[in-house]
Ligand binder design. Structure first.
Ligand SMILES: Cc1cc2nc3c(=O)[nH]c(=O)nc-3n(C[C@H](O)[C@H](O)[C@H](O)COP(=O)(O)OP(=O)(O)OC[C@H]3O[C@@H](n4cnc5c(N)ncnc54)[C@H](O)[C@@H]3O)c2cc1C
Length: 267
């Protein structure tokens, strides 16, 4: 009798272990699937990188999908080489930034302590706010923010599909990602296209607000100079023309090594 009980006990134990194994297989297939995270962020610009960092620090698994080859989006930097003058680094997207909210200011303070950003005067925008820029370049700040994140480059999202429990996100090269929550940080016209391609209808008041956001085109001219530009300190000038036009000239970061100038016309 004791033997039978013991055999039954062993059998039950074996079944429980087998059941546990199956459960762990099922749950790990969800959580160890490289294409599943609790949250997916579309876009690795400053917005997406900050959102992903905040979520990851809160213990939420997150991955980023970006169509570009590098992180940063409009935190864009280009290295320009000239045989006669040498090489220089230009920020041809964001020039400088300032905080309007204490939350963003405390992030900037942390980046500054970690040697990633530096102050760039208060004069350029004449707003009294302290302006900042990346120490090496503005894109290098994006690379720093992406250091501990999972970023899938060259992953253009073409369609999103929602079920009762999750989102399926499809990329141009045929991959499928899955998540519980989705954050979209691409520029609004591109986000609206994505909603259209995904047959997702936004509430009409939200749609009107988004469609009314205006984007102005701009020209960025990157000029590597043979000598100092004589721009006054801190190397940035804002010239206001007509009310709709703004000009910003910028003598970039390492002008002591290779003089250069960047001229951005917005309008
Ligand atoms: C020339 C220029 C100068 C500027 N100067 C300043 C300045 O001095 N100070 C300032 O504060 N702001 C400036 N701005 C504005 C600033 O660049 C933006 O407000 C800011 O960078 C936006 O960041 P973001 O992360 O929201 O979007 P983005 O930087 O645009 O990031 C969006 C990301 O989404 C990705 N993406 C888009 N569609 C898809 C898709 N379907 N699938 C996957 N990925 C996708 C893109 O590749 C991109 O990386 C400037 C902008 C320009 C163009």
């Amino acid at each position: 009798m004791e033997q039978i009980l013991s055999r039954k006990h062993n059998y039950a134990f074996h079944c429980i272990n087998h059941f546990r194994f199956l459960i762990s297989m099922l749950s790990s297939s969800q959580y160890e699937n490289p294409n599943y995270t609790e949250c997916i962020v579309i876009g690795a610009g400053i917005s997406g990188l900050i959102a992903a960092n905040v979520l990851q620090h809160a213990g939420i698994s997150v991955s980023i999908l970006d169509k570009g080859k590098a992180v940063g989006g409009r935190l864009a930097t280009r290295r320009v080489r000239s045989p006669s003058i040498g090489e220089s680094i230009f920020d041809y997207g964001v020039q400088l930034f300032a905080a309007s909210r204490p939350e963003f200011q405390s992030m900037i303070d942390e980046w500054q302590q970690l040697g990633q950003v530096t102050e760039w005067g208060t004069q350029i925008y004449n707003s009294g706010k302290i302006c900042y820029r990346g120490v090496e370049s503005n894109r290098s700040l994006a690379s720093f923010l992406a250091k501990e994140l999972v970023v899938h480059h060259q992953s253009q999202v073409i369609r999103m599909q929602r079920t009762s429990s999750c989102w399926y996100v499809h990329t141009k090269d045929g991959r499928e990602f899955k998540c519980r929550s989705l954050i979209i940080t691409c520029p609004i016209p591109q986000a609206l296209d994505l909603f259209k391609q995904s047959n997702i209808t936004l509430p009409s008041d939200l749609l009107v607000r988004l469609e009314n956001v205006l984007y102005f085109s701009c020209i960025a001219c990157l000029a590597l100079l043979e000598k100092e530009s004589n721009l006054p300190e801190p190397g940035g000038v804002r010239l206001d023309g007509k009310s709709t036009e703004r000009n910003l000239s910028k003598q970039c970061h390492d002008n002591t090594v290779y003089p250069r100038i960047q001229y951005v016309v917005l309008g």
